[in-house]
Design a protein around this ligand. Structure first.
Ligand SMILES: [Zn+2]
Length: 480
């Protein structure tokens, strides 16, 4: 939003009469003459600013459950944890909806340069990769990305190990992820189609630690037919440096991963029932599963903590909301979006009562921008959200909201979505690595996210008229 518009919005919301942005990333919420709605929002923001509910939830989830890869014992423990927490926190209704998930087991992983300069490499299998059945050795053929790989003649790839090496840039919005992640999601399948015997990628991550970033190598439901793994960034540098000598580089790879079919998991749902229109729902989503290398603290323990605490504050501070607030903790986002897809399969009349959805799945940073995806007729409602977030120092970004992976299927069906985009500058340092642990989680960032999510959820739940539904997207498979 332009600064002028933001100032006008701030003036309209009386509680924002004095906005004090404190040094060190804090914020203060000011008092003035205010409407009952503004008073409720201020009470919610004050409770968020002083509470540590979200951090406590992340600590509990990472300590008492830890890694929770789809279909694993950790995944089952996470479902039980979520049901128990939502119940203990006093949500009016708590239930689980069964979701079938793929079950893939990682096993061991090792890689070595065999020639010209033998060295071990730090490597992690990509989700969905088959195992190698002992060592698999071949000459390396390098390409920066999928397009460059596709442009290579098949003879240059056949019988070799493909190495995709494009780097991911560090950016606050984390937007560089989308540019590089096809190397992981699609690269191994393209390499297989061209006759490669394996694929390794430079980690999709912004750190320089010797920890590889795992992630799904599935694409459009297809498993790669060849073993696929990620090298840590320094190991990708090392491989590039050896390739730069212009002599053939040979690599060997040993992966013990295997496909074990399917398992049962669940979307866990907690609802605070609306006082006037209980059938209408504002949905707050995050995913309960995680990759297995770390404890899933930033991805997506942070989001789980934020949406539970935000819904609790929005529903319990300042009297009951008009509509219901529904937390959905989605099953298996990481390895095929099983929970997000399953949730959206509901009767049309029930989906029509989902008035808006928002998701937290980009770490624990402070919220850096508001984006909405509303019909043009709801511009006023978007302005009210902006005004209510002004005391938190959150500007509007003039870009349409994306929603998130798990609520993507709802967005494609026309449910209005709101983004509260966190600063993700450091998120991709630990994303999908063994380093995704509680110490990386920002308690201050979580408080700021809780304040923002609770504010938006409450305002949408109380709005006299719900935002209008948008036309459904024609291509339901489009991911972004
Ligand atoms: Zn995630």
């Amino acid at each position: 939003m332009r600064d002028g518009a933001r100032r006008r919005g701030a003036n309209r919301w009386r509680a924002a009469a004095v906005v004090a942005l404190l040094g060190g990333g804090g914020w203060a919420v000011a008092e003035a003459q205010e409407t009952p709605e503004a008073a409720a929002l201020r009470a919610i923001q004050t409770a968020a600013a002083t509470g540590d509910g979200a951090y406590g939830l992340v600590r509990s989830l990472t300590t008492e459950v830890g890694p929770r890869l789809a279909g694993s014992p950790g995944d089952r423990a996470a479902v039980a944890w979520a049901e128990r927490k939502l119940t203990e926190l006093g949500f009016d209704r708590v239930w689980s909806e069964p979701v079938e998930v793929p079950r893939w087991v990682r096993g061991e992983a090792a890689a070595e340069v065999v020639a010209p300069y033998p060295q071990p490499l730090a490597v992690a299998a990509l989700g969905g990769s088959p195992g190698t059945d002992g060592w698999l050795e071949g000459e390396v053929v390098a390409a920066p990305d999928v397009a460059a790989l596709e442009a290579l003649p098949d003879e240059a790839v056949r019988g070799r190990i493909v190495f995709l090496h494009r780097r991911m840039e560090r950016r606050p919005e984390g937007g560089a992820y989308g540019a590089v992640v096809p190397n992981r999601g699609k690269g191994p399948a393209v390499a297989a189609a061209k006759g490669a015997i394996a694929a390794v990628i430079r980690s999709v991550g912004t750190d320089s630690h010797r920890l590889p970033h795992t992630g799904s190598a599935r694409h459009e439901g297809k498993l790669p037919a060849i073993p696929a793994a990620a090298l840590s960034n320094p190991d990708a540098d090392l491989l590039e440096a050896q390739l730069a000598h212009g002599v053939p580089v040979r690599l060997r790879l040993r992966l013990g991963c295997r496909d074990e079919g399917t398992a049962s998991s669940a979307n866990v749902i907690g609802e605070i029932t609306g006082g006037e229109r209980p059938d209408e729902v504002v949905l707050l989503g995050a995913h309960l599963d995680s990759w297995d290398l770390g404890t899933g603290a930033e991805d997506d323990g942070a989001g789980v903590g934020v949406v539970i605490e935000a819904a609790r504050l929005a529903g319990r501070v300042g009297g009951p909301p008009r509509r219901s607030l529904r937390v959905v903790l989605f099953a298996n986002e990481e390895f095929g979006l099983s929970g997000g897809r399953a949730y959206a399969v509901r009767p049309a009349d029930e989906l029509a009562r989902h008035v808006a959805a928002l998701e937290s799945d980009l770490g624990s940073g402070r919220v850096r921008a508001l984006r909405t995806r509303f019909a043009p007729a709801d511009a006023k409602l978007a302005e009210r959200l902006a005004a209510a977030l002004a005391p938190l120092g959150i500007p509007v970004e003039a870009k349409e909201a994306y929603g998130g992976a798990d609520i993507g299927p709802l967005r494609r069906l026309g449910v209005p979505v709101v983004d509260l985009a966190p600063d993700a500058s450091t998120y991709f340092d630990v994303h999908h690595t063994a380093d995704d642990t509680l110490d990386k989680v920002s308690a201050e960032g979580l408080r700021h996210q809780v304040a923002a999510f609770a504010t938006v959820a409450r305002l949408l739940a109380d709005a006299t008229a719900a935002p209008a539904r948008l036309p459904a997207e024609e291509d339901q498979s489009r991911s972004r």
